[in-house]
Ligand binder design. Structure first.
Ligand SMILES: Cc1cc2nc3c(=O)[nH]c(=O)nc-3n(C[C@H](O)[C@H](O)[C@H](O)COP(=O)(O)O)c2cc1C
Length: 178
């Protein structure tokens, strides 16, 4: 299982750090902290692709930035999910599962037509979901933490437990899949 972790300021993270700590010692998990590995944005594309090939499940975990992924994860999409590897004749990711784990500063009720963010949160999901599907991956029900600055420690811990249980179950199933 590959967990692609994209937090630009990991030392200042509360929500993502708590979620990552909840899962990072799971057996079979290859955590790829992009901002630690590539502080100069110079991705090792071959290494990233190798990690994906070895994985039965790919996790994308990050804080929402401008209704999307942080810039380094976007660069990772652009360079790692390359033509001939992930699409356009390449089928390296086909049949793998993809889990999106995202935190938002905005509260759930700020995501709606009358809220600050103008649209339900679900309307921001399709570009990420379709990126996975275009590569032939199976899209799993995402884990979303809204109001990441205000969510209680208890709620965050509960989400961390849920995250851990889901990854453990995926790992248990994973051996049976390519
Ligand atoms: C550059 C930038 C852009 C952001 N854009 C959004 C956004 O579009 N929607 C939102 O709800 N929160 C946005 N936020 C807030 C982050 O999602 C929030 O700080 C993060 O989820 C908190 O997680 P952490 O404790 O792991 O840092 C943004 C934050 C930054 C720094």
């Amino acid at each position: 299982m590959a967990l692609v972790y994209a937090h630009p300021y990991p030392d200042r993270s509360r929500a993502n750090r708590a979620l990552l700590e909840a899962v990072r010692d799971l057996p079979g998990l290859d955590v790829r902290p992009l901002f630690d590995l590539y502080p100069d944005y110079d991705l090792d594309v071959a290494a990233e692709q190798r990690a994906l090939v070895a994985a039965h499940t790919v996790v994308w975990q990050h804080p929402l930035h401008w209704y999307s992924v942080p810039g380094l994860l976007k660069l990772w999409f652009d360079q790692v999910l390359a033509r001939g590897f992930a699409y356009g004749g390449g089928r390296a990711l086909a049949g793998k599962r993809c889990l999106w784990v995202v935190t938002t500063g905005g509260e759930l009720d700020a995501y709606g037509p009358s809220g600050m963010h103008g649209h339900p949160f679900a309307e921001f999901e399709p570009p990420i979901r379709q990126t996975a599907r275009f590569c032939g991956m199976e899209w799993l029900e995402p884990i979303v933490v809204h109001g990441a600055h205000h969510v209680s420690d208890t709620e965050l811990a509960r989400t961390g437990e849920r995250y851990r249980a889901r990854l453990a179950a995926l790992e248990a199933e994973g051996g049976a899949r390519p």
